[in-house]
Design a protein around this ligand. Structure first.
Ligand code: IFM
Length: 443
């Protein structure tokens, strides 16, 4: 049996977001949202989360002991700029200490500037529906990188712009809780403008930085392959959810349907790498009652292995997505990939099959340079509160006890040896889906 080894220098780690792990973030829109009963499962709140704001040094010791050599984290904008234009020296010093702590342990930081949360003053100024927010974000990005550029090479401007727009402005279960497709598209435009402005300014001042954006890409397959209307819906989902941001960034201008919802442009190819967040696929079916969601009804087709959140385990989707991203001709980092699995029953298989799929893509020539599993510690999973357990390490929000799960040990073995365990069965090449289109194309 051949060994599935990864390239020298491959980055192995985990990913987090400030609001999900730090605790004590009270000056942003999510904290305000969490105060209203019924919005977060079990009435959970993001304070204390994992108390990572205080515990970061011992947390990094633990991750390093599990052989991780990289870590993705986000900086909390509302801590750093609690009022417009005033930057907190205390918060900047804190994040300097955090990044230095990673460096001291030989762990490469990947830093996200915007991971879902917004300072309350940004919301008061119109949030991401207001064009000026892009300018405020770029000012924040510039200031932060002026302070911290020497400690981190990899920067991610924005996490999952289409998820921000979908959850907050189409589905409406995240702040600001709207259901307005036009507003969602306007939000994507402003997020893109924010990325473009931030990219240009950061690059001008710190050309050595590697700057990208974390894309949440899903596979959308028709629920019924024989039904042309289902295929049309899957294509539309793929176009809007997966491709608009990638294609706009490649071209340096907005592409349809964003062109109808604002004006923005930037330099072509304003990504030095692609950040890929991959979790699952969705099967979609035409339903005229789902007009607000591009006429697509998401359906669960059995049998399939599913996470605690009913997301299908579909490692072939990671392979399909990576193969499709090859056309972007940029280095790729898997900036998130994980599973909600309270009992750790499926996570070992999830790891082996997804990392196996990634290895297969690398063998086929896709330039994947790192893998950051979502996530190290069970944390505050947005509207799901603490109920969704994504951690390789269980974390009790009451006692703050950390307990490495068996999957955490398995992942440590992979990180430490830079290969899949010799006994691991690699996922077989699936018969049909890899031949189907992936979530991007060059049009
Ligand atoms: O927890 C989230 C993360 O904040 C963004 N990507 C998906 C994860 C799991 O839902």
């Amino acid at each position: 049996m051949s060994t599935a080894r990864f390239p020298e220098g491959f980055l192995w780690g985990t990913a987090t977001a400030a609001h999900q792990v730090e605790g004590g973030n009270h000056a942003n829109d999510w904290w305000a949202w969490e105060q209203v009963p019924g919005r977060i499962k079990n009435g959970d709140r993001s304070d204390p989360a994992c108390e990572h704001y205080e515990r970061f040094a011992s947390d990094f010791d633990l991750l390093r002991s599990l052989h991780q050599n990289a870590h993705r984290l986000s900086l909390e904008w509302s801590r750093i700029e609690p009022v417009p234009g005033e930057f907190s020296a205390t918060a900047l010093t804190h994040y300097r200490d955090v990044l230095q702590a990673l460096r001291d342990r030989g762990m490469e930081p990947l830093v996200t500037l915007h991971h879902f949360t917004n300072p309350t003053w940004i919301v008061a100024a119109g949030g991401w529906e207001a064009a000026e927010t892009a300018e405020y974000f770029a000012r924040f990005a510039e200031r932060v990188t002026d302070e911290l550029a020497g400690l981190a090479k990899f920067w991610i401007t924005i996490n999952e712009p289409t998820v921000v727009a979908y959850q907050g402005y189409v589905h409406g279960d995240w702040p600001p809780g709207k259901r307005d497709f036009g507003a969602a598209l306007r939000v994507v435009v402003t997020l893109l403008r924010g990325h473009w402005l931030a990219y240009e300014r950061m690059k001008r001042r710190h050309p050595e930085l590697q700057i990208g954006l974390a894309h949440h890409l899903r596979i959308f397959d028709p629920a019924r392959w024989f039904a042309p209307q289902d295929r049309a819906v899957a294509t539309a989902f793929n176009r809007v959810f997966n491709q608009t941001v990638l294609r706009s960034l490649r071209k340096g201008r907005l592409v349809f349907p964003l062109t109808r919802n604002g004006i923005a442009s930037g330099p072509p190819q304003s990504q030095d790498f692609i950040g890929l967040n991959y979790y699952t696929r969705e099967l979609v079916k035409f339903n005229h009652r789902y007009g607000a969601e591009l006429f697509g009804q998401r359906v669960l087709v059995e049998p399939a292995l599913r996470s605690d959140l009913t997301w299908e385990l579909y490692p072939e989707g990671l392979y399909r997505t990576l193969m499709a991203l090859r056309a972007e001709q940029l280095p790729i980092y898997v900036t998130e990939n994980g599973i909600a699995d309270r009992d750790d029953a499926l996570r070992p298989e999830f790891l082996l099959t997804h990392i196996g799929a990634m290895h297969r893509a690398i063998q086929a020539g896709v330039p994947v340079r790192g893998y950051l599993h979502w996530t190290c510690f069970d944390n505050f999973e947005w509207a799901e509160g603490y109920s969704a357990k994504f951690g390789l390490i269980a974390c009790d929000p009451v006692t703050q006890e950390r307990r490495v799960r068996p999957s955490g040990r398995l992942y440590a073995e992979i990180c430490g040896t830079n290969q899949l365990p010799a006994t691991a069965e690699l996922p077989p090449k699936a018969a049909q889906p890899s031949e189907r289109a992936g979530p991007t194309d060059r049009r």
